[in-house]
Design a protein around this ligand. Sequence first.
Ligand code: 13P
Ligand code: SF4
Length: 326
Amino acid sequence: MNQEAQSYDAWAAEVRDLARERNAIILAHNYQLPWIQDVADHVGDSLALSRVAAASDAETIVFCGVHFMAETAKILAPERTVLLPVLEAGCSLADTVTAEGVLKWRKDHPDGLVVAYVNTSAAVKAVSDVCCTSANAVEVVLSLPEDRDILFLPDFFLGNHVIRTTGRKLDLWMGECHVHAKISPLQLRQKVEAEPDAELLIHPECGCAASALTLLDDGEIPAERTHILSTGAMVERAINLGTGSALIATETGIIHQLRKANPLGDFRAVDPEAVCQFMKMITPQALLRSLQEGTYEIEVPEDIRLRAYAAVERMVSIGSSPVLSR
Ligand code: 13P
Ligand code: SF4
């Protein structure tokens, strides 16, 4: 056994023992470091992990992800202790919108509905009508009455994907994720030219999502091999790939999960630099410390939680997404 595997085994045994002692479950988003994904009880996308949090009867939920994910777990499971191992693990996309900004739009559209992507603070969720994730944004929008104005926030690229897919007219917030927005149409075109037989799995937050559709329209990539998917749906797709290859346009942490789901497939990043520094703050040491010291407990003021709950509860009741469990 090599040294890396030995130190993983020793660390993982300590983490699992501490989790057992605390009656804790460990949830890890698909963008987490490989060690964190491998030690977690459940790995998945935002929708799948929210559902696991809502259904769990563990005393403590250790959320290996970013702040809004831990807050969403607390909104759904207020009686549980929710820990985020590093408090500074934020999200540049969630930071583009405030509750005040949403209330201003509402003032101008008194009859409008606000659809908030899960990548938002609890305060923003509390002034929204319904939340969604990338796994169910289309279904959530289709569930709303056709005669109402809709503000979709905060991700502009995801909003555009929903417009294209549903044909609904939406007001879009001009927010973006700094990691996904940088995955460029040029990179996508170059990778597709270099690997013409590969499938294309693209997260709808990506700046290149629109240009993938242009490549489709121009016949440069085949429709049957191009998929705009949440990270959870990418894992499902990977399982069906057999010995084929796929180009992945999203944060590179997902590739570990895709290779585990299908060791025979060949998975490559469209942009190997697409790394979210917030997700990577959850180091093996930080997770261990979180379990040892109970850090950092996430709280959501009860008045905000109650108002956010209705929007989040609706989100978890729509659509499906896989979760990988130990
Ligand atoms: P999903 O895992 O829900 O597709 O979301 C991606 C994301 O950007 C999380 O930050
Ligand atoms: Fe936020 Fe982007 Fe990081 Fe996801 S990848 S947590 S959207 S900054």
